[in-house]
Write a protein that binds this ligand. Structure first.
Ligand code: ADP
Ligand code: 5GP
Length: 202
């Protein structure tokens, strides 16, 4: 049984998921970020082993074939995956772990780990999303169009998540996610041991 809680956070690219996750990590020492593997090229300012483990397609496939990934998926022409061992090691130590992953990988984790708590972050609109991707300045116009087209498909998957949060005002969105994380500690699905413990005393 895991001691920590596993959080899945998904959002269309450009919604502000990384910004929100950075704020959560900065204010909670017990919270760990699961560093994903990707075949995408690093953006300016991204560090190998911190933002992602950047690797070749061959290295990535090797990791998948050896059973080292909890999930993996293709997104806009690149592969992304969650290395399994660090996630379960941190959870067993009692840390909470955040997976920042897209919707296909997220549904695989929901199936494999039904105790995971899932949060979908929504942009206020597709226009706002495009504006944020453009303002971020890390992607070409072609990549931005691909990601906006992908966004519409992803938003339809929000129904599968335990919670949805809109990222209009950043402070409000961070506060909402913090409130969800706090309340999730009392979710019945995460408290079967507690219930059994009390029943034993009946
Ligand atoms: P994601 O991780 O979802 O791809 P980012 O966190 O990189 O998105 O955010 C995309 C851009 O939008 C960044 O330039 C970020 O500073 C900006 N941003 C994030 N949240 C907000 C917000 N609530 N209001 C305005 N801009 C935001
Ligand atoms: P980006 O290229 O903008 O960093 O990420 C693109 C998308 O890939 C985002 O939706 C992000 O959440 C997702 N992603 C990042 N890491 C993983 C992962 O390990 N697995 C899956 N399935 N998606 C990931």
């Amino acid at each position: 049984m895991n001691k920590g809680t596993l959080y899945i956070i998904s959002a269309p690219s450009g919604t502000g998921k990384s910004t929100i996750v950075s704020e959560l990590l900065a204010s909670d020492e017990n919270l760990c970020f699961s560093v994903s593997a990707t075949t995408r090229k690093p953006r300016e300012g991204e560090t190998d082993g911190v933002s992602y483990y950047f690797m070749s397609k061959e290295e990535f496939s090797g990791l998948v074939e050896s059973g080292g990934m909890l999930e993996h998926a293709e997104f806009c022409g690149n592969f992304y995956g969650t290395p399994k061992k660090p996630v379960f090691d941190r959870l067993a130590e009692g840390h909470d772990v955040i997976l920042d992953i897209e919707t296909v990988g997220a549904s695989k984790v929901m199936e494999a780990c039904p105790e995971a708590v899932s949060i979908f972050i929504l942009p206020p609109s597709l226009e706002t999303l495009k504006r944020r991707l453009t303002k971020r300045g890390t992607d070409s116009e072609e990549t931005i169009s691909l990601r906006v087209a992908q966004a519409e498909r992803e938003i339809g998957k929000a129904y599968n998540y335990d919670y949805t949060v809109i990222n209009g005002d950043l402070d409000k969105a961070v506060a909402d996610v913090r409130a969800i994380m706090s309340a999730s500690k009392n979710m019945t699905k995460l408290n079967h041991d507690t219930i059994e413990g009390v029943l034993k005393k009946c």
